[in-house]
Ligand binder design. Structure first.
Ligand code: EPU
Length: 339
């Protein structure tokens, strides 16, 4: 089977921030064989870019070389024992379809990660996390194809070097592998994590048996929809900055000066709520040209229409500058920048 290549392809609908860009050559392989073929036939000296649904992406300009939007489909139960069920999914599956399907089966583990935009393949790349849960907690293994050799291998979760919004695939192995699928280990009984404040509050007066994966999913969806803009309605790439981790001393000093500061002590250092810092620096709901920091969640940069990469970079730089000047805290951009 010959995988179809599209030349000079429009990427504006393949990045949820809605930036205008083109790919010199775009492939959408649907199978492992097709992916292998696309890689084998490419110009080995030209760069390879991999995108899912482009929901965590800032495309700064046209992409040279080969761009791959992976379409490998499929979700299936692999095996089960008394406590657990193992589930496999292809990299091209829409993430929330996987969450919805597992929750419908009565399996527990993904419900806090409901409604996160993007594909299954992108999930381990940045170790998606929300409402007290990170993918790393339920991930069994990641299947990858080596771009240089086409070899397929499996990395157990312990070897993926997962950290907050990070993995080896985004770090030291960046550009080396294409994630083609994942395997998860989920619970057959509800052992839901409702530690996130608004979730704990919602379930506080409810009996323990009401805390099902389906009920938690419903709440997570409600919380997300109340704060986070739907990229299909208002273009955005989710959180635009990571929550910065500072030393405990620095956090204490900030807390003394700004008692409202939202801070979470970690094993090492203290994580600060970047949304709070951005709001306190005056940027919540504030527009700069066609882009703005969202009015309900200051951590999300939105494109009201017609933005070019320079608009995004100008707003990001202004927010970073003001947060630095006010708090002496450096914000790090969260979405992946291409090329
Ligand atoms: N806050 C403000 N102003 C704002 C936004 C937030 O003061 O405009 C304060 C809130 O009051 C809250 C705290 O900051 O006390 C934390 O806010 P929230 O619970 O909304 O979460 P977050 O830290 O801003 C992170 C993730 C989100 C994830 C939520 C929920 C990062 C970079 N972002 O945001 O992930 O959905 O927690 O767990 O860690 C994403 O990665 O794209 C994303 C949306």
């Amino acid at each position: 089977m010959t995988a179809l290549l599209e030349h000079n392809a429009d990427l504006s609908s393949l990045n949820t921030l809605g930036l205008p860009a083109r790919a010199a050559c775009l492939a959408r392989p649907q199978t492992l064989d097709a992916l292998e073929q696309v890689l084998a036939e490419r110009d080995p000296n030209a760069p390879v870019h991999v995108i899912g649904e482009g929901s965590n992406l800032v495309i700064q300009g046209d992409l040279p070389g080969l761009t791959i939007a992976l379409g490998i489909d499929g979700m299936a139960k692999v095996k089960q024992d008394e406590q657990s069920v193992w589930v496999a999914a292809g990299a091209g599956v829409h993430w929330d379809d996987l969450v919805a399907w597992t929750v419908e089966q009565g399996w527990q583990g993904l419900e806090n990660l409901s409604l996160i935009p993007g594909t299954v393949g992108a999930a381990p790349y940045q170790n998606i996390g929300a409402y007290g849960v990170e993918l790393a907690q339920v991930l069994e293994q990641v299947t990858v194809m080596d771009i240089a050799t086409g070899t397929v291998s499996h990395f157990p979760a312990e070897q993926c070097e997962f950290a907050y919004r990070d993995s080896r695939f985004k770090g030291r192995d960046k550009g080396r592998y294409i994630i083609t699928g994942i395997e998860l280990r989920l619970n057959r009984q509800a052992r839901c994590n409702i530690s996130y404040g608004p979730l704990a509050q919602h379930f506080a007066d409810k009996p323990a048996q009401a805390v099902t994966a389906a009920a938690v999913r419903e709440q997570v969806i409600a919380i997300r929809q109340s704060k986070l803009p739907d990229p299909a309605v208002l273009a955005n790439a989710g959180s635009f900055f990571k929550n910065p981790v500072v030393s405990a001393e620095k956090a204490d000093a900030l807390k003394a000066a700004f008692p409202q500061l939202v801070a979470y002590p970690q094993e090492s250092g203290t994580k600060l709520a970047a949304g709070w810092l951005i709001e306190a620096a005056g940027w919540k709901g504030k527009r700069l040209g066609p882009v703005a920091m969202h009015s309900e969640q200051a951590l999300v940069l939105v494109n009201h229409g017609g933005a070019i990469p320079e608009d995004v970079m100008a707003l990001a730089a202004a927010v970073k500058r003001d947060v630095w000047q006010r708090f002496g805290v450096e914000l790090e951009q969260e979405p992946v920048v291409l090329p």
